[in-house]
Write a protein of this length. Structure first.
Length: 162
């Protein structure tokens, strides 16, 4: 289910934060529930409607998943975006540290793109003094790759082109 790309030459990173397998299985239960509602009317229609509901719910979950990307000196997390030059040094967390970063250690003023079922977290402080958001906190399946992509994009921003 993991779909990430990293183009080292171009410094690009892209990851879709899709739902976990268990979330998809749980969502598929909506189909049989819809079929039970229509079963007294017509069993064939109930089966068709149940199948369509299950497919529609799963499709909406997958299509509505946010995308993380680092491209052209910009970090995108879902619909939000920020120039990497305005970010401090990103920190990657996994395991118990990640649970703390997205739980008790989470600043409520920070920008969050957190998804259940995704263990890794990257915290990036915001350096812009005019921005009321102190940090960006994003879930990722590959925290080290996201940190590397942000650092590479920051280095490209600081290095003048020839």
């Amino acid at each position: 289910m993991q779909k990430t790309t990293l183009d080292v030459g171009a410094g690009e990173y892209r990851e879709r934060l899709g739902p976990s397998l268990w979330t998809l299985v749980s969502a598929a239960v909506a189909g049989p529930m819809a079929a039970l509602v229509f079963a007294p009317i017509d069993t064939t229609a109930a089966l068709v409607i149940g199948g369509l509901v299950a497919v529609a719910v799963i499709a909406l979950l997958v299509a509505g998943s946010p995308v993380l990307s680092v491209k052209d000196g910009e970090l995108r997390a879902g619909r939000a975006h920020i120039d990497v030059a305005l970010l401090g040094d990103p920190e990657a967390f996994a395991g118990e540290e990640a649970r703390t970063a997205r739980g008790p250690g989470l600043d409520p003023r920070a920008w969050h793109v957190i998804r259940g079922g995704i263990d890794g977290v990257v915290v990036m402080p915001v350096l812009d003094p005019d921005d009321p958001t102190p940090a960006w906190v994003v879930s990722t399946r590959t925290p080290d790759r996201l940190v590397a992509a942000v650092r590479r994009a920051q280095l490209r921003r600081r290095t003048p082109s020839r």
